[in-house]
Design a binder for this molecule. Sequence first.
Ligand SMILES: [Zn+2]
Length: 425
Amino acid sequence: MTCDHANGLILTNVSRDDGTSVDIALEHGRIGRISASGSAEATRGAAPGASACRCERLDLSGYVLLPAPAEPHAHLDKALLGARAVNRTEDLDGAIEAIIAAYASMDEADTLARASEAVRQAVAHGTTAIRTHVDCRAGIGSRSVRVLAGLRERLAGLVDLQIVALAGPVAGAEGREHRALLAESLEAGADAVGGIPTLEEDSAASVAELIAVASEYGVGMDLHVDETLDADAQVLRLLADRIIGTGFAHPVAASHCVSLSVQPVERIRETAARVAEAGIGIVALPQTNLYLQGREAGHAAPRGITAVRLLREAGVTVAGGGDNWRDPFNPMGRIDAFETASLLVAAGHQRVAEAYRSVSVDARTVMGLEPVAVETGARAELVAIRGASLSDAIGRGSEERIVISRGRVIARTEVRTELGRDWPR
Ligand SMILES: [Zn+2]
């Protein structure tokens, strides 16, 4: 007779907020018993007649154990293009121009290599689920979608990868080719419909087309709405009205929503109430918005981060994401949800716990994934990060982390610092 942990993993000396420490048994990919550190319940099988537990143990002294982050908005097809695709004007138009010029060089092998490396860095930082938007436009077709669908297969059982087909323009006669590419991408394995209605001449027609394609294929939508500081932009409101009006039955997310940051409070509240009623999840993307938005201001530049607090007050789920990682849309980015959380605190004025919730629990909700928590019964998607508290962990952003997906360690980073001989002892 063996213990009843099914050869699971026991996390020992896990500190709790109240200063106590516990042992946590992970079994069958889920969190099992949580008991006081060193107590018999977690460290030995509790089944009648069970013998000593031989499960592997992981001592988490000095770490903070958290629900693993999820990335609700990445662009893995563009990630790590770096100096190969230079944004000469350092604004959104310059980024789009640079990426279109880079399409020809983004062949299967290149895209697979960059996307795989970005996933590896995200996972090493604790992220166990990623939603990526993938360009499927004239000049690149559905090539990148097919590459990402292949990568999703290779990562099955380790990382949840979701693919959003990003096409546009889709409205009117000029949108015919992109509507066909959207359909082709969904046939090739994309999970949801994406689009950028704000950049189209007729945003209402664009939203209508995107809803029609998503309805036809029975999938959700995640739209780039909007990357503009034009206070009169109304696409989010339009989208919410259309979702309610059509009774669209699948999950909907709206990413960026930058214009909310410069609108009058009353208008934001009205839109937020409609967004809550429509059940749309919002994805705030602080780093790319801080980089691309407000350059024309010269000084006292607006931050361009959506109205997180007012959206939350209206009952909207607000996730936080990384967006672009070292590509023409954002030359920075450590591919680290803890960096996003840090920006939501410093630039987005969120409380530390809210910021972490945005990049973990709320991100999973927007992605339609099972919730995670450090609680018995929850799926064992966890990250242990060196630190004394959540605030310390996010502030310090240590690379020293242990990442657990489905109850198994999938990545571990160790850091060794050595002080020179002259350092006072
Ligand atoms: Zn994006």
